[in-house]
Every structure is written in structure tokens, then in C-alpha cells.
Design a protein around this ligand. Sequence first.
Ligand SMILES: [Zn+2]
Ligand SMILES: [Zn+2]
Ligand SMILES: [Zn+2]
Length: 259
Amino acid sequence: MTAVKVTVLGSGTSTGVPVIGCDCEVCHSQQPENNRSRASLLLNHAGRNIVIDTAPEFRLQMLRARVKTLAAVLYTHIHADHCHGFDDLRMFAFRDKDTSIPCYMHTDFIAAFKQRFSYAFDSRTQYYGTLPQIDLQPLPDKPFTVAGLQVEGVRLPHGAVMTSAFRMGKFAYATDFKTFAPELIANWKDKIDTMVISGVRFRPHKTHSSVQESVAILQALNVRRGFISHLSHEVDYHKHRRELPAGINFSYDGLSFVV
Ligand SMILES: [Zn+2]
Ligand SMILES: [Zn+2]
Ligand SMILES: [Zn+2]
């Protein structure tokens, strides 16, 4: 695998940070690392861009990362914080009217996604520039190639739904899950050099792993470099990062590295 540049576009939990109306210290923090848009990730491979999820701040995230073209979108699941920036995909069709961006999501989500964004799938309104030009496809259940990159998707429990986590060679991204099955730990152990994983907060959460639970998963997988993401306002980047073990840090909007 040739080098892949990974950028965390959004490192926040579903509310974003600051949280509307909140007066806590983190929500009032002037540190850029404590300012978190909703979860989304960018992979740049051989000059081609793939995004994982289209968060509500998708437009701002694309501007900040200076993304001009998009080869594909991978969706983890369709909770609002992971896909409500969907409409801004249409700008890529404005630029190039032959564009049709392949968007992959687990087959379980396709009907609900089409219902939620029904306007975009209505052939009567479908003309250049007005709608996202996408080619919605079920996520293959075997490793497949996206824009030249080998992708393995696996499923993780997340409350009432299952999310898809992705491994691209030595990099993996897992967000919005409660647990990793022992079989997956065994399968991915020693294969991952760098991983971005959700953690949300220190207190236990019903549908998400906590920071400590995610640290344990990173350690069980023997990941060399781990970044905990999808963070709430209960995590103060500069204060709490000191409590993390060596090789593990919190992620932040704009964090980027090469794998
Ligand atoms: Zn989420
Ligand atoms: Zn707050
Ligand atoms: Zn979710």
C-alpha cells in the first residue's frame, strides 16, 4: 500500500463541542483542540480523496481541508451526526457534471437513507447541480477496493444498530460502537499500526465505548499509535491527555498523519 494521508475532519460526539447552551469549562475553552465538529475522516491516497461520513459540518470540513474532488464516501451508519452534511456533496457535481460519487453503506441502511433524503433520489427533480450526484451502493461484505485503496469493513454493535468500522491496511477507523467482539480482536491483532477510535467520555455510556474501554481495545489490538475521537465536552484535551498511556492520545479537528 502506498502512503495514505489521514485527516480527522471532525472529532466531536453528536452534540459537537461547544454544546449549545453549555457553560462548562471545555465549552468555553479557547484551545482549538477542544473545539470539535461532528465525526468525519478524510483519506488521501495517490491524490484521490475518500471521506468516511458526511457530518453536519461537512461543508466547513471540506473547505478547511481544501478538498476539491471526492472519489468516494464510506458511511459508518446513518445517525444524524454522521450523515446530515450529505447535501453538500452536490458541490462536487457542480464542479464536474459527470461526477457520480460512489457512496457505500451497509445494506441495512439503504432504505432508511433513501427515505430520509428522498428529495435526492426523486428522478423528477434530478438535474445537474441541484442534488448530490451519488451512486449509492451496498457495502461489500468482503474486502474491496475504493479509489485504489483496499478496504475491509466489519460490523460493531451500537445500541439498536450496527456500525461499520474500516481497516485499510495498517490503518483502522472505528466509531460509534459499544464493544469489539473477541473474534474481531483476534483477527485484527498486530495488523494495525495506527487507529482512530471513538471514546466519547470517561463515564460509561449505553451505546458507546468509554475512553477507558477504547484504550483497552487499542492495547488488545497491539496498536502502535491510537487516537481517541468522537469526544464529548467531558474531555478536556490538554488536561486529560496526560492520563492516557504512551502511544495513545485524543484526536482533534484537523489532526493529520501519514500511514
Ligand atoms: Zn456519532
Ligand atoms: Zn460543556
Ligand atoms: Zn451513532
